[in-house]
Design a protein. Sequence first.
Length: 421
Amino acid sequence: MQSTLKPFLSALALAAAAANWAPARAGQDTVQVLHWWTAGGEAGALQVLKDELLRHDVQWQDVPIAGGGGAQAMTTLRARVLAGDPPSAAQLAGFDIADWSHQGVLQDLNPIAQRQDWARKVPKALQDFDVYQGRWIAAPIDVHSSNWLWASRQVLTRSGITRPPATWDEFLADLAKVKKAGFVALAAGGQPWQIATMFDGVVLSTGGPDFYRRSLLERDPKVLDSPTMIKAFERMSALRSFVDQGYANRDWNEATAMIMQGRAGFQMVGDWALGEFNHARQVPGKDYLCVRTPGTQGSVTYHSDALVFFKRGAKDLEAQRITAEAVMSPEVQIGFNRIKGSAPALLGVSPESFNACGRKAIADLAQADARGTLLGSLSQGNAVPPAVKGAFFDVIAREFNGAITPTEAARQLAAAAKAQY
Ligand code: GAL
C-alpha cells in the first residue's frame, strides 16, 4: 500500500472502530457470555464481574459449559459461531485466541484499549496473545500458572512429613511416605488436559526452563525425542503408581476436594485450585500448602484467561463495551483474581488483599518475567497451536496410562511436531 495512503486508511479504520464503540442509547443491556468457570471458586470469582456489570445496568446472561480446561466449551463455541449465533463474549486462552482472531468474527477492542491504556498496563507476555495485527481482540482477566504442588497439611503431618518437598527425589520419597501411611498419595484426574498439566511441571523439573522452551515451545524434534524427554516420561510413569484407581474420569476440583478433606496428600494442578481452597475458606500454611512443582522454583508455566467479544450487530455494542472496560478495571482485576487463585492481568495491582499463596503467585510471575523464565503452559494452550496441543495430549495421556513406553512417547511427540509444521 502506498505509504501516503496507509496513515489515512488507518485513521479511517480507527474512526470507524471508535464510532462502533460510541455509547448508544441508555437502558438495560445484556451480555451473553460462554465460559467454563463452573467450579465453586471459579463461580465465586465470576460473581465479582457479574456484580460490577449490574452496577452499570448490564445483565449477565450465563452460558456455562462445564468441563475443566475448556475443551467442551470450545466445541460449543465453534458450533454456535458456525450456526451464526455467537454469544456476546466468550472465555478463551492462549493460542485459541489466535485461532479465532483469524476468523474475522471478533470485535476490535482498540478504542477501549487506547482509552484505558491497556498497552502500558498489560504485561507483554499477555499482549502476545491478546493483540492480533496491532488490534486488541481480547481483554485478559487473569494469569494462571500450572507448575504448582498443593498438599494437605494434616495428611503430611500424619505421614511424618514436616516440610514440603523441594526436589524431585524428595517429592518421590514423600509420595511413598503418604502412600505407606494409608492415604492417596497423588490426587489426580485422568482427563488428558489434567495429565498434561502435571506434564508441564515434570518437563520443567526434569530439563529446566531452556529445555522446556526448546522442546515444548519451539517444538524442536531433536529435543522432543531426547534422553531428557524420555526421563520426563519415566517420571510421569512413576507418578502413575501414586494415583488411586478412581482417577480416570475425576474432575480437577474433585481431586482438590480430596486434599481439602484430608483424603490425599498431594495434587499437581494449576492455581485455579487455590480458588477451591479459598471457596472452602481453608487457610494456607494451616490447612494446605502451596509450593512450586519440586525442581521448578524460579520458573513459571503460565497462561491467561481473556474475554473476546463477537460481532453481533449494534444491539450488543454498549454491553460489550461496558463488559470489556469492567474486565480491565482494577476493582474487577483485584476482586476476581483474589478469589480465583490467579494473578491480575494488570501490572502494578497491589497484592495486599491476596492470601499467601496468591501473593506468591504474583511475586513468582514478576520474578520469572524479569528472569526470562516465564514460559507458556502446554496444558493450558499457551505453548503450541490447538492441533499440536491435541496431538501432544494424546501421546502424554497414552504414556501415563501405560499404553506406550517413555521411549515411544518421546518419539511420538517429535513425530507429532514434524507432522504439524
Ligand atoms: C483453565 C482455565 C482456568 C480454570 C481451569 C480449570 O483452562 O484457564 O481458569 O478454569 O481451566 O477448568
